[in-house]
Ligand binder design. Sequence first.
Ligand SMILES: [Zn+2]
Ligand SMILES: [Zn+2]
Ligand SMILES: [Zn+2]
Length: 327
Amino acid sequence: MSSQPLYLRDKFPALFTDSNLRKLFALLAERNIKILTPVLSPSGFTYPEVEEVLGLTGEAAANFLEKLAAQGILRSRLVDQILRCPYCNSYRISVRMRCPFCNSLNIEKSVLIEHFVCGALRRRTEFFHEGKLICPQCGMELKEINKDYRYAGTWFECHDCNKQSDEPEVRYYCRDCDMEHTMEEILLERLYAYHVPDEIFEALRREHLQITPIASVLAEFGYQVNSPGQLKGKSGVFHVYDIVGVMSANNSRTVAIDVVQSESEVGEQAVINMFAKALDTSPTSTILVAIPKAADTTRNLALIYKITLIEGGSAKEAAEKLREFLK
Ligand SMILES: [Zn+2]
Ligand SMILES: [Zn+2]
Ligand SMILES: [Zn+2]
């Protein structure tokens, strides 16, 4: 039952030991958030959960997540692009179009529409009528592009030099440093969303929502806690429990805990699984935590096998009962 978390712990030790990562994934588990999505604002972008937990925004947050993706803890997917000023690094960039002949900003854009039915070829502004496109020549409404009508051309008229052009000079204006940049100069950044792979998400949800509240009770009582933890049996075989607590000071007292959650009630197989391991490893206390409760047969079997059964509607409730038990 514990092979998956153990495998994750071996493969991604940082998930269990790095306090920043633990805090971040605890938050994701609690709120059931599987995807970290960038949110854009005039001052740039942020990943709200990373900002909340680590205080990192923008590039720093992206770098942090990128490292996790490189390790295989997250999977990235391109979701957007963002323009950035090469001079002051601001993201408050807007596009400007200038006259290619005299560099003036004083240009006006016009679009030509062709109405297929009557052959009208006029400026789009002449079709605007109470939020609809009405043909000024035949009076019909234009509904569907490329079926009723098409755009027959776009051009720009300069009110300073009076020349026309269909290709204005495009500039990127930075609202922070007041500079204009060319296509060559402007920086184009890619924005990614980061997805927690299912197997990692499920394991971490279990870790943070079920295991941690219970493991922390053992730590409170002075145990050295490992979760998942291993104990070596008399047979020489190592057995894995969800949580193993060892108190070396007190004549090597060991507590082995498995946590089993079920939709309705935890069946007797959980006790049978634990019994085989406990027989070989003989912990001082063998505890089965059943969430939300155990079946009657499970209770009977636990009694016979001398496995302490702790039932709780939630991990928090079970943790409270474990605290009582350890007192
Ligand atoms: Zn700038
Ligand atoms: Zn001009
Ligand atoms: Zn028409």
